[in-house]
Design a protein around this ligand. Structure first.
Ligand code: 13P
Length: 340
């Protein structure tokens, strides 16, 4: 393992103004996204859509890395340039989602554990050859009104994340470690904070036990936020303060960057929350984004599967990237949404 190389890739992904475009939807997930705009999920439509994203002029100013899905990593632009090469030529680091989805955790009804460790060493070696320099694994933690998540459910997911992260570093790939506490449900922001704190504590204890080098990884957590159905929704400043408090208690300063997922927040909310955190006192790590829906929802709406809309779709992506780049420095304002 070359630690200096891992560190330099991790730092480049979260360089000033920059974050990650998560474009790693699995085929079932992209099918759902396309269905929302009445586009059929064929291999060519998926390729074309990703090509629109990756060739949007100017995104390299604020996009340090793009997460791809297995199929996408093997696809090419119209001119025949493989996507990882196309991105690298633009100064954007290509990455790959390597988990194989969250499945029911046996004997723990209502909880999930992420699969994909078997054979992962060989898959990582191939992905590296295909041009990936970092990887992503998502664990899913649901909150219910009773005793979910259980301590064991959290431990099982943290253990899998740490095994994945160690294999990535062994293979020379920067692991993005993503334990996502879901926004689904009616829980309060306080409950989200308590669960997120417990999850992150457990994840870092497992990463440490697995000898993962903190300097050569990135963390992709949820923000601390009330459940979607909770009648009391916290303000932007409350979300920012609770999220930073939780992270400062649990994430070692050696980790170069935090790249938040958007998790179902609106594009503007995700940007506003990120901005508020960066406008507070300086943090030990870069505080950045790795958004899927919060970057892509406006793009899908503008595109609608029509070639005539490609310019508008790319403009929508560039606008979101630009606003999140400003939020990286605490220089975004909600009023900028209307100016677009
Ligand atoms: P969202 O930002 O849409 O939550 O997606 C990020 C991601 O990569 C989920 O794994």
């Amino acid at each position: 393992m070359n630690i200096d190389e891992l560190k330099s890739v991790a730092n480049a992904i979260v360089a000033e103004q920059k974050g990650v475009l998560a474009a790693d939807e699995s085929n079932p997930t992209i099918q759902k996204r396309f269905a929302s705009i009445q586009v059929e999920s064929t291999e060519e439509n998926r390729r074309r859509y990703r090509e629109i994203l990756f060739t949007a002029y100017g995104i390299e100013a604020t996009v340090g890395g793009v997460i791809l899905y297995d199929e996408t990593l093997r696809q090419c632009s119209h001119e025949g340039v493989p996507f990882p090469q196309l991105l690298a030529e633009r100064g954007i680091i290509p990455g790959i989602k390597v988990d194989q989805g969250a499945k029911a955790l046996a004997l723990y009804p209502g909880e999930k554990v992420t699969e994909g460790l078997d054979g992962l060493r060989a898959r990582l070696a191939e992905y590296r050859q295909l041009g990936a320099q970092f990887a992503k694994w998502r664990a899913v933690i649901e909150i219910d009104e009773h005793d979910i998540p259980s301590p064991f459910g959290i431990r099982a997911n943290a253990h899998a994340l740490a095994r994945y992260a160690a294999l990535c570093q062994e293979a020379g790939l920067v692991p993005i470690v993503e334990p996502e506490v879901l926004m689904d449900g009616a829980h309060s922001i306080e409950r989200c904070e308590a669960v997120t704190e417990q999850v992150l504590q457990t994840v870092f204890a497992e990463l440490d036990a697995h000898r993962v080098v903190f300097e050569g990884m990135l963390l992709k957590p949820n923000m601390v936020i009330a459940g979607k159905l909770c009648p009391v929704q916290a303000s932007v400043l409350e979300v920012a303060a609770a999220t930073l408090r939780c992270l400062r208690r649990t994430v070692p300063a050696a980790v170069p960057g935090i790249v938040f997922l958007s998790g179902g927040q609106s594009a503007a909310d995700a940007t506003d929350h990120l901005n508020a955190m960066n406008a507070m006192e300086p943090q030990p790590w870069q505080v950045s984004f790795s958004y899927g829906r919060a970057l892509q929802a406006p793009v899908l709406e503008a595109w609608l599967g029509q070639e005539d809309n490609v310019v508008a779709a790319q403009r929508a992506l560039l606008n979101r990237c630009h606003l999140n780049g400003l939020a990286r420095a605490g220089k975004y304002a909600r009023s900028m949404e209307n100016a677009a």
